[in-house]
Design a protein around this ligand. Structure first.
Ligand code: ZN
Length: 413
């Protein structure tokens, strides 16, 4: 029996485990139930013969990185290793186990049901990305059942907090855990025939406009921060055109451009009253940085643009604060690792694989940008990630399991 045969004959193993994973609500923020889910994951990995350790993030780090209301929610990362005699290289598989909050009316009642209907499994995290965890666990189980050894040493990490900033998740793992990978597969970002070889970065800023308060009946005595913010926002029209004139062709031939989104969050400061000239206004900027751009240059350019735009508006004073950033990443898919994965995807799907670049970010940059190793994104994915009735397709979960098993047994590095 080949690993693929085993996978075909045991869909129930995959779905049962995925239902268990989905049933533990790991909603982040605030970061619920990380302790029970990581304990379960450790048990699963150990039962597959992997040397496994769960790392608890020290309390001092929690206090430094998390808002006060989350200090009571511990963070854990799970790291497992399988040393293969004679193997020269090491491949690392990564998935995050946290999920985004839930809202709305779900078809099967609870968002954590794991209900199966017409080839789909429903629940928060089925697509993003507990399905990937279940697929990988079945792939490793299939190798054991078929008594086929991987051609590389295997590392597996299941990490926290990807849905916030990954600082205590994969960001912590690559700095503190004893990982030594030559290649990494982050099990999201690419799906179907698409193998993801990079993603955009993000630069998130907040712009605060400082005006001067005055009575609403004598607006000329104040400086209206809202009106200044509006003028500043309008000035972005030209900047957006500048960005749009910088197309980049991805390996699959799609055109990506740097983008900017304004005011995902915007408000006015204290003392907001209808009969007061607003003294404070603020808005956010979400700048997406293409893999070919230099992150630092993108930030410098944006800050210079803001300063110049503010100078053109009479009495406009602003301060700019960085909320967070993620680095873009891209590996030219010419390395044999990418060809090997493309081969696995093509074989499993009987459809030629292609290389894509994701506009949204995931944890790939920690391996690709920080560790500088060939990194790809591939997983079962699904529909309505972050939405109501999030679901994953059973066929895709099984296909990913076969693709992971194939990669482990066909590529030696
Ligand atoms: Zn995700």
């Amino acid at each position: 029996m080949t690993p693929a045969d085993f996978i075909d004959r045991h869909p129930g193993e995959l779905l049962g485990r995925l239902q268990q994973l989905v049933g533990v609500s790991t909603v982040n923020p605030p970061g619920e139930n990380y302790a029970p889910i990581t304990a379960w994951l450790v048990h699963e990995l150990e039962s597959l013969g992997l040397k496994t350790r769960r790392y608890a993030i020290p309390a001092a780090l929690l206090r430094r990185h998390l808002p006060p209301e989350q200090h009571g929610y511990p963070r854990y990362n799970v790291f497992a290793k399988l040393a293969v005699p004679g193997a020269k290289r090491t491949i690392h598989f990564n998935a995050h186990y946290d999920v985004v909050p839930v809202s709305g009316q779900w078809k099967h009642g609870s968002p954590f049901s794991g209900a199966i209907e017409r080839g789909w499994i429903f629940g928060r995290g089925t697509a993003d990305m507990k399905g990937s965890i279940a697929s990988l666990l079945l792939a490793v189980r299939a190798l054991r059942a078929a008594k086929v050894a991987p051609k590389m040493n295997v590392e597996i990490s299941f990490t926290a907090d990807e849905e916030t900033d990954s600082a205590l998740g994969t960001g912590w793992l690559v700095q503190h855990a004893p990982i030594k990978p030559d290649y990494a597969v982050v099990m999201e970002g690419g799906e179907g025939r698409n193998v993801c070889c990079g993603h955009n970065g993000t630069l998130w800023l907040e712009v605060i406009v400082h005006g001067r308060a005055a009575h609403g009946s004598t607006p000329h005595k104040g400086v209206n921060a809202l009106e200044q913010m509006a003028a500043l926002v309008r000035a972005f029209d030209a900047y957006k055109r500048t960005l749009a004139a910088r197309p980049w062709k991805t390996p699959e031939g799609k055109i990506h451009r740097p983008t900017v989104n304004l005011g995902g969050v915007f408000h006015c400061g204290e003392g907001a009253k209808i009969n007061t000239v607003p003294a404070h206004a603020s808005f956010t900027i979400d700048r997406r940085v293409l893999p070919l751009e230099r992150h630092a240059d993108a930030e410098r350019e944006l800050r210079a643009f803001l300063a110049a735009a503010a100078r053109k508006i009479p009495r406009c004073k602003i301060t700019v604060r960085k909320i967070s950033e993620n680095f873009p990443c891209f590996s030219e898919p010419t390395h044999p690792f990418f060809a090997a994965m493309a081969g696995c995807v093509t074989r499993a799907r009987r459809q030629k694989a292609r290389f894509s670049v994701s506009t949204g970010f995931n944890d790939m940059h920690f391996f690709s940008h920080h560790l500088k190793i060939p990194t790809l994104g591939y997983g079962p994915g699904g529909e309505d990630c972050h939405g109501v009735d999030e679901r994953a397709k059973v066929q895709e979960l099984l296909a990913s399991a076969k693709i992971y098993a194939d990669l482990l047994t066909s590529f030696a590095g």
